[in-house]
Design a protein around this ligand. Structure first.
Ligand SMILES: [Zn+2]
Length: 246
């Protein structure tokens, strides 16, 4: 685990913070929503870090403005249960939330998403509904991904081990060193073709552990129109991750 200490930089900008890191090998500026973070390897002289900050501050502030502007254009969702619709396999479908079930949350997904909640949840209502939806989606998607992976594993001769569906903050999938495949739960909300592409992408990592030209040519061999699905993720993926940031 990384041991950190955070302090505000001696700077005119409140948005800049310095973080000492035992793990960091070099100085680095990270731009996050509302914040510029200067990551300083432990033991490095503060004067050196501040000189680096001075040199790159204008660049980072420009990036922060860009990021804040981008985020302000994303429609914030204050309440999961108040959303009239929800994306499901690439299409917005109506969301109905009702109260009245005894004890457990019940979820049905067909042409609509219906969530039946126990009564009296109060402020926890939103979180309980979203958590239950997440758990339901993980179970549903695991079966779906297993079918896709099995079909393509045979065809491509790329054999995986376990499949795990989980919340991933910045990635759509990953393939572990022992060929376990992890898939981001939000892909159940994306079109089926996008899910299929990510499954094939991760299967191809069994043969090619990087994103080299050889890797992309393997993906292209097994899924020729992958550029389209990558474009979909580029345009819509960030919104999904921000909106359903559980
Ligand atoms: Zn990859």
């Amino acid at each position: 685990m990384e041991a950190n200490s955070t302090q505000s930089a001696k700077s005119s900008s409140d948005a800049i913070q310095i973080r000492r890191s035992a793990k960091a090998k070099r100085l680095r500026l990270a731009v996050k929503p509302g914040l510029i973070e200067l990551v300083v390897p432990r033991g490095m002289a503060e004067s050196h870090a501040l000189a680096f900050l001075d040199k790159h501050k204008a660049w980072a502030e420009g990036k922060l403005l860009e990021l804040n502007d981008k985020l302000s254009r994303v429609r914030p969702v204050e309440s999961f249960t108040a959303c009239p619709t929800i994306p499901w396999r690439g299409k917005d479908i109506p969301l109905f939330v009702q109260e009245g079930s005894r004890g457990r949350v019940k979820i049905t997904v067909d042409e609509t998403v219906q969530i039946m909640l126990p009564q009296g949840l109060g402020e926890a209502r939103d979180e309980v509904a979203l958590r239950a939806f997440y758990a339901w989606v993980c179970r549903w998607l695991r079966v779906r991904v297993a079918l896709l992976a099995e079909r393509h594993a045979l065809r491509c001769n790329l054999h995986h081990r376990e499949i795990r569906i989980k919340h991933m903050k910045t990635r759509w999938g990953s393939c572990g060193p022992r060929n376990d495949i992890n898939i981001n739960w939000l892909l159940a909300l994306a079109p089926e073709s996008v899910l299929e592409y990510v499954v094939i992408h991760e299967l191809c990592h069994i043969a090619e552990r990087n994103h080299s030209p050889a890797f992309w040519s393997l993906v292209g061999k097994h899924y020729p129109k992958y550029a389209e699905e990558r474009r979909w993720l580029k345009f819509h993926g960030g919104d999904l991750m921000r909106r359903f940031n559980i």
